[in-house]
Design a protein around this ligand. Structure first.
Ligand code: BV8
Length: 248
């Protein structure tokens, strides 16, 4: 199950690569995961912070929590895992292949590492919107002076993320679903694979005939063909080196 050589040669031959990432990819940039030790959900009930009802009930608490995460992401740097994913995209596209990076992360570190074909399944911490009108704004990377902040149209500013019980954007789901039609290698990196519909993409990739590979420090419920166990910032650069040589 954990044969890096087999994975490297599959990666080298792949012409349709889709990557699904989660908070584990940003762990080595110093951003806490949700469910691990010291994770964001440790000691916090997600339904108290990551639902529309939570925001209606206590907009100040939710706004403050997301603003803290927004500022932490702003001062963090992409790590070797983010850089490796951007390099992988360049390799696949240069060879005439197709590539999509589906991320559950809202920190924009993939884009800052140079990834271009990124689908933010759960939105972004960088963009906020008026919770009544939906009008989006991109606040300055400085802490909000008050929580919640007034929106441009009389509502409160809320993060442009997908909360529990909210639907993912049609566009994100359409891009993700169509990527499965040409995917021959599906990499799932740094996610506990328990949040749907994102987690369901792994099974759908298998059903579409793709080889599935997981990179994680721990086991997850995801059913995959290969598991490479270790931190993404170490495993992914090694995988690209084995697949593409030091041209990686
Ligand atoms: C929806 C907000 C329709 C943004 C988040 C079907 C079955 C069961 C449940 C459902 C279902 N369909 C819908 C649901 C309900 C719900 C859901 O999935 N609940 C789960 C918990 C059971 N889904 C929804 O509500 C979704 N909406 O389906 O709409 C609908 C509408 C109404 C009613 C029903 C359905 C919306 C889902 C999005 C929720 N928003 N967050 C934010 O605050 O960031 S979810 C939250 O979890 C984050 O977005 C995060 O991206 C996501 C997944 O977490 P991970 O990224 O995986 O992070 P985690 O800490 O869990 O794991 C980290 C992993 O990294 C671990 O495996 C660890 O081992 C590993 N790791 C750590 N360090 C490293 C590492 N790996 C490699 N290297 C390292 N160094």
């Amino acid at each position: 199950m954990d044969d890096p050589e087999a994975v490297a040669s599959t990666l080298r031959r792949a012409r349709g690569v889709v990557v699904l990432t989660g908070a584990g990819v940003s762990a080595e940039s110093g951003l806490p995961t949700f469910r691990g030790d010291g994770g964001l959900w440790r000691g916090h009930d997600p339904t108290r912070l990551a639902t529309p009802e939570a925001f209606e009930r206590d907009p100040a608490l939710v706004s403050e929590w997301y603003d803290l995460r927004r500022m932490a992401a702003a001062v963090s740097e992409p790590n070797a895992a983010h850089v490796a994913m951007a390099e992988l995209e360049r390799h696949v596209v240069a060879a005439g292949g197709r590539f999509a990076l589906l991320t559950q992360n809202v920190d924009r570190l993939h884009q800052r590492a140079g990834s271009e074909r990124v689908v933010e399944l759960h939105g972004s911490l960088v963009v906020w919107r008026d919770h009544r009108s939906g009008r989006r704004v991109t606040p300055e990377p400085t802490p909000f002076r008050t929580h919640p902040m007034p929106g441009p149209d009389g509502g409160w500013l809320r993060p442009d993320v997908v909360w529990f019980g909210e639907y993912l954007s049609e566009e994100a789901l359409t891009v993700a679903t169509s990527a499965l039609t040409w995917c021959d290698l599906f990499l799932v990196v740094g996610t506990s694979a328990i949040v749907y519909p994102a987690a369901g993409l792994v099974g759908r990739a298998t059903a579409a005939g793709a080889v599935t590979v997981e990179v994680n420090v721990a086991a997850t419920p995801a059913h995959v063909d290969h598991r490479l166990v270790g931190p993404a910032a170490a495993v992914l650069p090694r995988l690209l080196e084995a697949a593409f040589g030091n041209a990686a």
